[in-house]
Design a protein around this ligand. Structure first.
Ligand code: ATP
Ligand code: MG
Length: 430
């Protein structure tokens, strides 16, 4: 096969190779643990859903539904879509399985999402999100709890320079009134709007609020403020959330331009934004979506959730050289052996060590002592275990430190029966 025929990954989709996947596993495990600590339980939904699940929940006029979905007909002629986000599937699964019936639910998910976007730093066509959804609570305590949980993840991950922004979009009625006021105002300034904003003026005017265009931004300075349109209840809930956040010591900024790209939100919305990561700086985003369960055919159930972009998060952690990225991936021991009798004993020692939780890599296949030592050094293991012909005959094993700073410790010979003890003690003392 010539080079040009070589099959490559699809644009905007990437392989996560062994050197990076250990960090992914660690980050996911840390987040899963923090979710578990707060009583959130995992839900696993299919990656494919019926297309209209997303058009009905996310909204036809959003970027995602209008131009980013991977939609195709399957062999039965049904229109299917690779999920672009996780919330709609959670709601669909919750309704279908009766999870919302007289129950409160704290759920979380992790996995790949698909959007046909323009690939760039921090923006891919397949990317991973970890997210949480809480169903059945109208009150701002669940919102504070969730934001505190996200902050705990960031603290434990060692993520820095990432700040919380919040806003309230009010209920449906407030949004409708505000929308009208915004359209009236912006219609008087059409000449300063760019094409994107002019189109959105007809389809999705709230989205104009997060336009990056400078002339649009200038018009927005004097635009009506959504805070003036909130109901008493929305205003009180939003104030209560802020009080809770202050009590928790969680810093936040009020951002009345924060609207989020999906149509389904009401009242509280939020984003955690990293100050160094350029245009794709939102690490985690979410909000309240009290209408969605009913809209998809379930009994009216309030919802609140977030989604965190793992690709972005991990890229930022690497750039910040966060402690979790420096975790030691190396084996504890590398086992060298010569001949089948020795190999048999080496296999047994590996079995013992790994069952006791020691990371033990075995040299498999042929190889001279010198060659195996080279591989042991390359593996980054702290200790080499050596079973030559003599050791095999006497059921002993040589133990040798491999890391330069440990090399003052001499090679020792021990009986194989003692290997777990000896390795444990040495690893502790080195
Ligand atoms: P953005 O404004 O960056 O396009 P969004 O509003 O589309 O984000 P959400 O749908 O709320 O984002 O997704 C939540 C998070 O998932 C984002 O904050 C981001 O971290 C991540 N994310 C979204 N789209 C992508 C993508 N194409 N590639 C990588 N990560 C993404
Ligand atoms: Mg987007």
């Amino acid at each position: 096969m010539s080079k040009s025929e070589q099959i490559k990954a699809i644009k905007g989709m990437k392989d996560i190779l062994p050197e990076d996947s250990a960090l992914w596993l660690d980050v996911e495990a840390l987040c899963a643990r923090v979710l578990d600590l707060h009583g959130y339980r995992q839900i696993r939904t299919p990656i494919l859903e019926r297309t209209h699940l997303f058009s009905r929940s996310i909204g036809d006029e959003t970027d995602i539904v209008a131009k980013e979905m991977y939609t195709f007909e399957d062999r039965d002629g049904k229109s299917l879509t690779l999920r672009p986000e996780g919330t709609a599937s959670c709601v669909r699964a919750g309704i279908e399985n009766g999870l919302f019936y007289n129950q409160l639910q704290r759920l979380w998910y992790v996995g790949p999402m698909f959007r046909h976007e323009n690939p760039q730093k921090g923006r891919y066509r397949q990317f991973s999100q970890i997210g949480a959804e809480a169903y059945g609570w109208m009150s701002p305590d669940i919102e504070a709890e969730m934001l505190s949980m996200v902050q705990q993840m960031f603290i434990e991950l060692g993520l820095e320079k990432t700040h919380l922004q919040i806003n309230s979009l009010g209920d449906q009625a407030a949004r409708a009134k505000y929308r009208e006021a915004l359209v009236d105002y912006l219609s008087e300034h059409r000449e300063q709007l760019d094409n994107d904003s002019l189109r959105r003026l007809e389809t999705n005017p709230l989205r104009i609020l997060d336009s990056k265009n400078e002339s649009v931004q200038a018009v927005l300075v004097n635009a009506p403020d959504i805070a003036d349109y909130l109901s008493e209840q929305s205003t009180a809930d939003f104030a209560q959330l802020q009080e809770y956040l202050q009590g928790l010591g969680i810093e936040y900024q009020l951002n009345s331009r924060l609207v989020r790209g999906l149509d389904y939100y009401n009242d509280t919305v939020f984003e955690w934004v990293n100050e160094d990561f350029g245009a794709q700086s939102t690490v985690c985003a979410g909000g309240r979506y009290d209408g969605m369960v009913a809209q998809l055919g379930g009994a009216a159930t309030p919802g609140f959730g977030f989604a965190m972009g793992l690709d972005r998060l991990i890229q930022i952690l690497l750039e910040q050289q966060a402690p979790i990225t420096q975790a030691n991936m190396h084996p504890d021991v590398f086992i060298i052996s010569i001949g089948t009798a020795a190999r048999q004993q080496a296999l047994v020692m590996q079995q013992q060590l790994t069952r006791a939780g020691k990371k033990a890599v075995l040299h498999c296949g042929a190889g001279s002592m010198k060659n195996q030592f080279k591989k042991a050094d390359k593996s980054g293991a702290r200790l080499a275990l050596i079973v030559g012909e003599e050791e095999a005959a006497s059921k002993t094993v040589g133990v040798k430190p491999l890391i330069a700073s440990d090399k003052a410790i001499e090679q020792q010979n021990i009986v194989q029966n003692d290997v777990l003890n000896a390795v444990t003690n040495l690893l502790e003392s080195l």
